[in-house]
Design a protein around this ligand. Structure first.
Ligand code: CTP
Length: 412
């Protein structure tokens, strides 16, 4: 589930030209399951329509302190209900008012009447953005705990270009989600593997599989967002870009096994999302096999099962999560793997289904835990699936195995 799901988000819009992008922010917040209450200033109404927000949001737009349908005190009603308030665009005036505690309109009054976290997406011309007064206001607000997203550099109104362009809607939504994310993995170490291993046949060819590494990358990203110190061992370096994790790039099952063996003892949670090859060419050629020498017979040998080894030597209190990509008898195959590899959780997916597993941005998973529980996550984004996996892992922390009371980071 998205951290936005079921949460009340007040979406403040001021009179900057970037107000049109707030329409998209509204749509996306609603799409993530948030209950969105739009609050538009008089300036915003010159830029965008009240009807647009009323149609897209969860309730009609609030546009005035007076004669508003939502009651005599719309600002306190909205501010008190909010789990988060986001203002996009946040003009220099709004920033100044918030810094100084002024409540001249319904939006600034709402901002004063809330205890919820506040996210501002500043947008203004470069000259305004660079004014020491504006920068000082921003510094004070940041120090008070207000989250700033953007601005970036790029085209501005009137054909100008430079710093001051409002952050894009997806960044703004991500910032709101971040302030609503509970750091329930703070102080823990999470080890994640991702991607399909490549087992060399010769100097240029390999035996591989269709794994894209997207699900593991999503788990790593989500764990980091929830405060964990993350190590991502992956064959897909390009998927790791931007993830706040220590990334170790490997190619073969043997390389992955060596890194995991080293890292796992210090991890509180291990998520083996990688599609590790079960077999590898027994005698890979160091040079390219030439066609004119005939069709080679490639003999395969088994690789070591990394997860089974982790299960056999599982540290006390460590939560071990495996994946099972299946095409038939999902439940019985997955539960058999859970037991034989001594796991706490197995995440199964039916990769024969459309939009599920390898290569897709979406996934449908069923998780089985050692205590017999079953959790089904219908088709959703891989990030959502990652959230659900970590929710289950967190619920098991402290109960997996005989968790000891010493700090896990002190384990050898
Ligand atoms: N795994 C592993 N090392 C291997 C093979 C698999 O660590 N050599 C891990 C995978 O990362 C995954 C889990 O084991 O978390 C299950 O992998 P999967 O390929 O579904 O199952 P296998 O045990 O390999 O069995 P099979 O391929 O016969 O279904």
């Amino acid at each position: 589930m998205s951290a936005l799901s079921g949460r009340c988000v007040v979406l403040g819009v001021t009179g900057g030209i970037a107000a049109y992008k707030a329409v998209e922010v509204c749509r996306r917040l609603v799409g993530e399951g948030a209950h969105v209450v739009p609050v538009l200033t008089a300036g915003a109404l010159r830029m965008v329509g009240e009807t647009t927000f009323s149609a897209l949001a969860s309730e009609p737009a609030i546009t005035s302190l007076w004669n508003d349908r939502s009651g005599p005190i719309p600002h306190t009603a909205a501010g008190q209900r909010a789990d988060a308030v986001v203002v996009c665009p946040a003009t220099a005036r709004l920033i100044s008012d918030l810094r100084n505690g002024r409540s001249g309109d319904v939006l600034t009054a709402t901002l004063l009447a809330t205890r919820a976290p506040v996210v501002l997406a500043p947008a203004m011309h470069t000259e305004m953005w660079e004014q020491p007064s504006v920068q000082e206001n921003l510094a004070v607000l940041t120090q008070r705990g207000v989250t700033m997203v953007g601005p970036s550099e790029g085209p501005l109104a009137g054909g100008d270009s430079g710093p001051g362009r409002m952050a894009e809607p997806d960044e703004i939504v991500a910032a709101v989600e971040a302030v609503l994310t509970v750091p329930d993995l703070a102080g823990t170490r999470v080890l994640v593997t991702s991607g399909g291993t490549r087992e060399p046949i010769d100097a240029v060819r390999f035996v591989g599989n269709r794994s894209s590494g997207k699900q593991g990358a999503a788990v790593a990203e989500e764990a980091a967002a929830r405060g964990a110190e993350v190590v991502l061992v992956t064959t897909q370096s390009e998927r790791a870009a931007g993830i706040p994790a220590r990334v170790v790039v490997v190619e073969t099952a043997a390389e992955m096994a060596a890194v995991v063996e080293l890292e796992a003892p210090r991890a509180d949670v291990v998520v083996m999302a990688a599609a590790v090859a079960d077999f590898r060419p027994a005698q890979p050629s160091g040079t390219k096999l030439k066609k004119d020498r005939g069709v080679p017979a490639v003999e395969l040998e088994p690789t070591a099962d990394i997860l089974a080894a982790l299960g056999a030597s599982k540290g006390s209190g460590q939560v071990l999560v495996g994946f099972a990509a299946e095409t038939e008898d999902i439940e019985s195959n997955a539960v058999a793997k859970l037991r034989s590899k001594n796991l706490d959780v197995i995440v199964a997916n039916d990769v024969s289904k459309e939009h599920v597993g390898f290569g897709h941005d979406t996934n449908e998973i069923v998780m089985f835990t050692a205590d017999g529980a079953r959790h089904h996550v219908p088709l959703t984004t891989k990030r959502e699936a990652a959230r659900a996996v970590l929710d289950v892992a967190v619920s098991l922390m402290g109960s997996a195995g005989d968790r000891d009371t010493t700090d896990s980071r002190e384990r050898p």
